[in-house]
Design a protein around this ligand. Structure first.
Ligand code: NAD
Length: 260
C-alpha cells in the first residue's frame, strides 16, 4: 500500500478524479486535489477526505491549460507536503462532433487539457520524483487511447497522444524508481459521460437510451459500465510495491471493448 505518500490528482473535484483521490486517501496517502474552480467549491470534499481517512488533504486551484498555473500548483504542493510521490493526470473534457463541423476552439481545448496539461504536470514533477528515486505517474487515458470512435477526433487524438507520452516517460524514467502507466477505462457514468450521452444522441439523431444501449454498452462486451471504484483500486495497485516493474503499460478496464 502507498501509505504515507503524497499524491496530486488533477481534476479531482468530481467523477473519476474524485474517486481516485478517495481510493488513494483510503490507502493512507495525503492528497492534493485540483480543479479550475475556486477553493470554496472543493472544501466539502477536501474536509471529508481528511475526516474519513485521517490524512492531509489540500486543494490547489489551477487551470491546467495555463503552464504557469501548473508550475505554481506543483511548487505549492511540494512546499506544503515536502514532495509529490504520486501524480495522477485525470482532468479531461470531451466534445462530440463530425470532423467537418468540429469547432476549432473545442478541438484545441481538448488537446490543451487532455494532452498538453499531462506534459506540463509530468515535466514539473519528474525532477521531484528523481531526487527521491521514487515516483508513480498514472495517466487516466481511455479505451480511446487504443481504438477510435466516430465524431471524437479531438478526444481520440489527445488520448492516443497521452499513450505515446506515457510510454516515452516510462522509458526516460525507467532507472529512476519511477513508473508511468495509463489506465484506459471504457465508459464510466460520470458528469462527462452524461453530457456525452446527450451530445451523441443529437449528433447521431437517436434517443439517449439508444446511445447507452447501441453505442456505449454495445462496445463493452460485459454490458456493464466501468465503475469509479474499479479505477481507484487500479491506481492504488499501480502505486504499490507489487507494481514496481509495471511501466509504460496501457491497462484497459473496458469490459472487453478493446479485445475486438
Ligand atoms: P468529469 O467531467 O466528471 O471530471 C473532469 C474533471 O476535470 C473535473 O474535476 C473538472 O473540474 C476538471 N477540469 C476540467 N477542466 C479543467 C481545467 N481546465 N483545469 C483543471 N481541471 C479541469 O469527467 P470524468 O468522466 O470523471 O473524466 C475524468 C477523466 O477520465 C478524463 O480524462 C476522461 O477523459 C477520462 N475518461 C472518462 C471516461 C468516462 O466514461 N467517464 C472513460 C474513459 C476515460
Amino acid at each position: 500500500m502507498p501509505n504515507g505518500k503524497n499524491a496530486l490528482i488533477t481534476g479531482s473535484t468530481s467523477g473519476i478524479g474524485k474517486g481516485v483521490a478517495n481510493s488513494l486517501a483510503e490507502a493512507g496517502c495525503n492528497v492534493v486535489l485540483n480543479g479550475s474552480r475556486p477553493m470554496e467549491q472543493a472544501e466539502e470534499t477536501r474536509q471529508e477526505l481528511q475526516d474519513d481517512f485521517g490524512i492531509k488533504a489540500l486543494y490547489q486551484q489551477a487551470d491546467l491549460r495555463d503552464y504557469q498555473a501548473v508550475v505554481e500548483m506543483i511548487e505549492k504542493a511540494v512546499n506544503k507536503l515536502g514532495s509529490i510521490d504520486i501524480l495522477v493526470n485525470n482532468a479531461g473534457i470531451q466534445h462530440v462532433s463530425p470532423i467537418e463541423e468540429f469547432p476549432l476552439d473545442k478541438w484545441e481545448g481538448i488537446i490543451d487539457l487532455n494532452l498538453k496539461a499531462g506534459f506540463y504536470t509530468i515535466k514539473n514533477t519528474v525532477p521531484v520524483m528523481k531526487r527521491q528515486n521514487w515516483g508513480r505517474i498514472v495517466n487516466i487515458a481511455s479505451a480511446h487511447a487504443l481504438v477510435a470512435s466516430p465524431h471524437k477526433s479531438a478526444y481520440v487524438s489527445a488520448k492516443h497522444g497521452l499513450a505515446g507520452l506515457t510510454k516515452t516517460v516510462a522509458l526516460e524514467t525507467a532507472e529512476s524508481g519511477i513508473t508511468c502507466n495509463a489506465i484506459c477505462p471504457g465508459y464510466v457514468r460520470t458528469p462527462l459521460v452524461e453530457g456525452q450521452i446527450e451530445d451523441t444522441a443529437k449528433s447521431r439523431g437517436i434517443s439517449k437510451d439508444e446511445v447507452v444501449r447501441d453505442v456505449m454498452l454495445h462496445a463493452q462486451q460485459t454490458k456493464q459500465f466501468t465503475s469509479i471504484e474499479d479505477i481507484g483500486k487500479m491506481a492504488v495497485f499501480l502505486c504499490s510495491d507489487a507494481a514496481k516493474n509495471i511501466t509504460g503499460s496501457m491497462l484497459p478496464i473496458d469490459g472487453g471493448w478493446t479485445a475486438h
